[in-house]
Design a protein around this ligand. Structure first.
Ligand SMILES: NC(=O)c1ccc[n+]([C@@H]2O[C@H](COP(=O)([O-])OP(=O)(O)OC[C@H]3O[C@@H](n4cnc5c(N)ncnc54)[C@H](OP(=O)(O)O)[C@@H]3O)[C@@H](O)[C@H]2O)c1
Length: 276
């Protein structure tokens, strides 16, 4: 009997890699995202253990429909990987409130909606794992990343509370924090930064400099497999960690962030992002 898991944001990048790898490891994977045509490419891989599910994590009706689709198979979900995410880049001052809402609807409220949808069946089964995909940006917020970084900071607190709430029911919750990973994510971040440069204004020169630093991050970063290994560990370890950092080379920066005074961290980030 294969354990069933639902992965959001499985049409690309980390989520797609998780779907394929975890299906190969023997999980029955429900691969969810908005682009159904991209998900169909996964059908037939890994012994046919991947089932595409069209799902927008910001849409209550779509979530209900997806849960009904999974129930039709008679599957009880063992795992939920809350991976779907978008990134809104730009200065705090210049980012319209609707863009803040778009960020939070997917990265925070989407995680809450999905978690609320699966918890009843997991509690009833007395077993289950929730794995939230956070970010190193959930602890270290560079300039012009405040919208996204704050959404990932929210997942740090949300996952801590959740873990403590569900533990008495036999359920586990972990946060996986990727650093730069080479996926299509970086391209849309670059486009947004360029739009802020083109719009001009008081931050334009600094955003241009930051964009040059940011451009080097994703193409030279490891692929999604480093994150997949952490997600696999969170789903299968007898005692999963509360947090996984992938790749592990980011642990040093996170330790420094915890130890150093903010003023020192500010100077450090200014230097590495090459901002004046
Ligand atoms: N790449 C990195 O450097 C990095 C670093 C730290 C954390 N992360 C986190 O890792 C996760 C995956 O990112 P990635 O790098 O794999 O990016 P990606 O390749 O752009 O994939 C993002 C996925 O999220 C899905 N998605 C976006 N909005 C959605 C919505 N409303 N409902 C359902 N699915 C939605 C997209 O599918 P559709 O468009 O088909 O819906 C896509 O499958 C995100 O949470 C991101 O914040 C990434």
């Amino acid at each position: 009997m294969h354990q069933s898991i639902l992965i959001t944001g499985a049409s690309s990048g980390i989520g797609e890699a998780c779907a394929v790898h975890l299906a190969h490891k023997g999980f029955r994977v429900y691969a969810a995202a908005r682009r159904a045509e991209k998900l169909r490419e996964l059908e037939g891989l890994a012994g046919g253990r991947i089932t595409p599910v069209a799902l927008d994590v910001t849409d209550d009706a779509a979530i209900e429909k997806a849960m009904a689709r999974i129930a039709e198979d008679g599957a009880t979900l063992f795992g939920l990987v809350n991976n779907a995410g978008v990134s809104v880049m730009g200065p705090v001052e210049d980012t319209p409130i609707d863009e803040w809402r778009r960020q939070y609807e997917t990265n925070v409220f989407g995680v809450v909606r999905m978690t609320q949808a699966v918890l009843p069946q997991m509690r009833e089964a007395g077993r289950g794992r929730i794995v939230n995909i956070g970010s190193v940006a959930g602890r270290i917020a560079t300039p012009f990343h405040g919208v996204y970084a704050s959404s990932k900071h929210a997942l740090e607190g949300l996952t801590d509370s959740l873990r403590r709430e569900v533990e008495p029911f036999g359920l586990k919750a972990s946060l996986v924090r990727p650093g730069f990973i080479n996926t299509p994510f970086g391209n849309q971040e670059q486009e947004q930064l360029q739009a802020h440069v083109d719009a001009g204004g008081p931050y334009a020169d600094a955003v241009r400099a930051y964009k040059l630093w940011h451009a080097k991050g994703h193409p030279t970063a490891p692929g999604p497999n480093v994150v997949v290994d952490a997600v696999h560990a969170a789903l299968t370890a007898e005692r999963p960690h509360s947090r996984y950092t992938a790749p592990a080379s980011n642990i040093g920066s996170l330790l420094l962030r915890n130890l150093l005074p903010s003023a020192v961290m500010d100077r450090f980030l200014k230097r590495i992002t090459e901002l004046k």
